[in-house]
Design a protein around this ligand. Sequence first.
Ligand code: FE2
Length: 66
Amino acid sequence: MVRQNLVAERLVIEHYRDLIRHFGDKDPTTRRMLEHILEEEEGHATHMHDLLVAHEGEGTLPAHTS
Ligand SMILES: [Fe+2]
């Protein structure tokens, strides 16, 4: 279940990154709001990753690198 949550968090992160790219300089207020949400989602993903490593050990799922 932690693994599925981590996968879901990473999908959400990619979606927010796409949205941030989409808004770019066209709508800086919306972009900043999305960047704030992205930061929170990255924290969730880090937490899920740390839980997974604590329960299953290193290397069970590659660290997110983008
Ligand atoms: Fe989340």
